[in-house]
Design a binder for this molecule. Structure first.
Ligand code: OGA
Ligand code: ZN
Length: 366
C-alpha cells in the first residue's frame, strides 16, 4: 500500500493495481491530536456525523506524516503508518480467523496446558489462532475447584448467561430438563439453536470422568456441509433454504428460534450450521419439498455420524474443551453411571470475547 498526493490537494492510495482517492471526510475522521481525540480511550471528542462539505485546503507529506489543513480550519499531522495498519490489520485478522476444514484424519492438533498468567500469555494467542483454525481447542490442567470454568470464561471475555445459569453441571441427575443430564448418548449436535442469538462458543470442563464410556465427539460441520455441496447439491440446497423451528420447553420458559440447517452468508459461503434432532420442527411444507428435506436431513445426519468426519476422545479431569458452536457439532457416547462419576461443567461465551482477546494479544505480541 502506498500513499501519493496529486494536484488540487488530493490524497491517493495505491494497492496492487488499484488506485483511488481517499475521501477528505475519511481523513478528517482520523485526526488524532489531543484536542480531537481522548488519549486513554482513543474515542473521538468531535462528532464526524456533523461534518459536511469538508475539503482539503493544503496537504504535504513530511517524514511519513500527512500534513493536512482541512476546510473547517482543522490542521493535523496524520501518520501514514496508521493508515497502512488500518488496511493491513483487517486483512491479517480476516486471514487469521479463517477456518481450515478437517475430517477424522485431523492431525496437527496443538495441545495446550494451563499455567499461571495464561490469559495474557503468548500461549493464549496460539490457543486462539488454533481455535479459529480448527474450531476447537483442548486445554489440560485447568483447575477443577470452585467452578473455575466461570473464571476461565471471564478471563477470555464475558460469560454468556442463559436460563441454565451462568454455567451448568453436566451429570446424570433425576428429573432432567435436558437429555444432556442423563447417561444417554448424545449424537452430534450444535447447542441451543432455540436461543436468540445462539451462543457462539461452548466451553466444557471435565471435573470427573470415572466411567468407561462417556467419550466426547466432535465433527467439523463446515467440512460436512462442503462435502454435501459437492456430492449431493440438491440436498445441500434444500438445507440452505428451509427454515426449521427449534424449541426448548421447561416449567419456567419456552424458547424458540428458526434457521436453516446450513446457513449461507451474502457471498454464499457457509456461515453457520444448526443440528439438534431432539428439538427441531420443520414447517409443514408441501409434501414433495419435505420429501427432499427429509432425505437431505437423513444424508447429513449419516455424514455427521460417520467415521469419515467424527473424532472421538476422552476428556479427563482438568481438560477443558472450547468449541465453535456455529461450526462444530459435538456429542458424547453413552456411559454407565453405576461405574462411577462423570461430571462436566459447561458455559458459553460469544465471538466478541474470543475476537476481542485475539486483537488485544496481537496488539501486545505482534
Ligand atoms: C452438552 C453436551 C456433552 C457431554 O451438555 O451440551 O453436549 O460430554 N454434553 O456430556
Ligand atoms: Zn451439547
Amino acid at each position: 500500500m502506498k500513499i501519493e498526493l496529486e494536484q488540487n490537494n488530493k490524497v491517493f492510495i495505491f494497492e496492487g493495481s488499484n488506485k483511488w482517492e481517499l475521501h477528505p471526510i475519511w481523513l478528517r475522521e482520523r485526526v488524532s491530536e489531543k484536542e480531537h481525540l481522548d488519549k486513554n480511550t482513543e474515542q473521538r471528542l468531535f462528532d464526524p456525523s456533523f461534518l459536511k462539505d469538508i475539503k482539503i485546503n493544503k496537504v504535504n507529506i513530511i517524514n511519513k506524516l500527512l500534513d493536512i489543513e482541512f476546510s473547517d480550519g482543522v490542521k493535523s499531522k496524520i501518520e501514514i503508518d496508521k493508515i497502512e495498519k488500518e488496511f493491513n490489520s483487517d486483512a491479517f485478522l480476516k486471514d487469521l480467523i479463517k477456518p481450515v476444514l478437517w475430517d477424522s484424519n485431523l492431525e496437527d492438533i496443538k495441545n495446550f496446558k494451563f499455567k499461571d498468567n495464561f490469559f495474557e500469555s503468548d500461549e493464549m494467542l496460539e490457543l486462539l489462532k488454533s481455535f479459529y483454525k480448527n474450531g476447537f481447542v483442548v486445554i489440560s490442567n485447568v483447575p477443577t475447584k470452585n467452578n473455575f470454568i466461570v473464571k476461565f470464561a471471564n478471563s477470555i471475555g464475558s460469560i454468556r448467561r442463559t436460563n441454565f445459569g451462568e454455567y451448568f453441571n453436566v451429570k446424570s441427575k433425576p428429573n432432567p430438563n435436558d437429555l444432556a443430564y442423563t447417561p444417554l448418548p448424545l449424537s452430534p449436535h450444535t447447542d441451543n439453536p432455540y436461543r436468540k442469538p445462539i451462543p457462539n462458543i461452548q466451553l466444557l470442563h471435565c471435573i470427573e470422568n470415572e466411567v468407561s464410556g462417556g467419550y466426547s465427539t466432535l465433527v467439523d460441520g463446515f467440512s460436512v456441509a462442503e462435502s454435501l455441496k459437492k456430492n449431493h447439491p440438491n440436498f445441500f440446497k434444500v438445507l440452505t433454504e428451509v427454515k426449521v423451528k427449534f424449541r426448548f420447553v421447561d416449567k419456567d420458559v419456552v424458547l424458540e428460534n428458526v434457521g436453516q440447517l446450513i446457513e449461507l452468508d451474502e457471498e454464499n459461503k457457509i456461515k453457520q450450521v444448526r443440528f439438534s434432532t431432539r428439538l427441531d420442527f420443520v414447517p409443514a411444507l408441501e409434501k414433495e419439498k419435505l420429501d427432499l428435506y427429509y432425505q437431505a436431513r437423513n444424508k447429513i445426519s449419516e455424514i455427521y455420524n460417520s467415521d469419515k468426519f467424527l473424532i472421538k476422545f476422552k476428556l479427563m479431569p482438568g481438560d477443558l474443551l472450547m468449541m465453535d458452536n456455529y461450526r462444530l457439532l459435538h456429542g458424547r457416547t453413552e456411559f454407565n453411571p453405576n461405574e462411577g462419576n462423570r461430571f462436566l461443567q459447561g458455559c458459553y461465551i460469544d465471538y466478541d470475547s474470543s475476537e476481542g482477546k485475539l486483537r488485544h494479544l496481537l496488539r501486545k505480541f505482534i
